[in-house]
Ligand binder design. Sequence first.
Ligand SMILES: Nc1ncnc2c1ncn2[C@@H]1O[C@H](COP(=O)(O)OP(=O)(O)O)[C@@H](O)[C@H]1O
Ligand SMILES: [Mg+2]
Length: 334
Amino acid sequence: MAKRPKVLVLFDVGEPTSLDVDYTEDLKSPTWKTERHVLNALRSLGYPFSVLGVHDNTALIREMISRFQPDVVFNMVEQFANSLSNETHVTSYLELQGVPITGCGSIGIALAKNKILSKKIASFHGIRVPRFTVHEPGKIVSMGEELEFPLIVKPVHEEASYGISLKSVVHGPEELLSRVCYVHEKFEQDALVEEYIDGREIYVGVIGNDRLQCLPPREMTFGKNVPRESRFASYNVKWDESYRERWGIKNRFPSSLEKQVENKLNQTCKELYRALNLKGYARMDFRLTAKNEPVFIEANPNPMLAKDEDFALSARKAGIDYPKLIGRIISLAA
Ligand SMILES: Nc1ncnc2c1ncn2[C@@H]1O[C@H](COP(=O)(O)OP(=O)(O)O)[C@@H](O)[C@H]1O
Ligand SMILES: [Mg+2]
């Protein structure tokens, strides 16, 4: 039997921390679901592991690595000093420690998280993306003459649908101006304005470094009473359970997706994954038009790994049970 790798698991914590913190109680909380699932998987794989919460102290990471001498760092850190924009930097720091890390490297994270650059790269590769413009705070909001309403207005640096609500979809210049100003004032960042792509919301998990495997797609579906233009993943749609229930919103395996369409999605995913320098595992988000054309919305490096989230559910459908998935991710650590 191959030697079991020693795994150092790093995850985000919201406050200054130290070595040897006992997280037993925290791990019981629903918000620690992903960490709990990953650690349980490591236990069932029999991998020796240690954990470290990361807040804003790189020295602790170094100290932990030198003390524990891990073979692999399982990287679940998505922010540093409470800032999501530090994900790239903290990943670079981990790369400099000379220990293989799971998931995507800093370059892939930097490219994929940049909603403008990633679409430009996709477009270069002939992959359809929504046409877009960017509005900087403090500049006159000119009408992107080539864009057609409805448009969707998003804060350029947020994630998890922060700042995306039903009001994000605008139908004319007045609504556009008002929503762009809202993004500038509330988020103090550029507003990304894209053509709203009417269609199905599809997520495809990809796993691998050189040889890539696309997992069975997932679809977010909406109840009959939800108007077409409200069928997108706003903040409430993603995170508010009672809202989801009220509007019949579900994440599921699509009941009807022709093999040909799935093949096209998979081919597009692989191209994007390589073009964006992604490694380990990622989830690609698309809108699928009425003509079954995939339109690339976003790539998510290191997507949520909880057992009951889309990525792991897709893996399970592909015959990769949860511990096996975690083991695979560890073996892909570069
Ligand atoms: N151009 C678009 N057309 C249609 N829906 C969109 C478009 N852009 C974003 N959305 C919807 O908003 C959701 C969140 O947008 P996304 O760009 O992925 O931001 P985040 O990083 O916050 O997840 C998408 O999953 C999709 O449902
Ligand atoms: Mg997204």
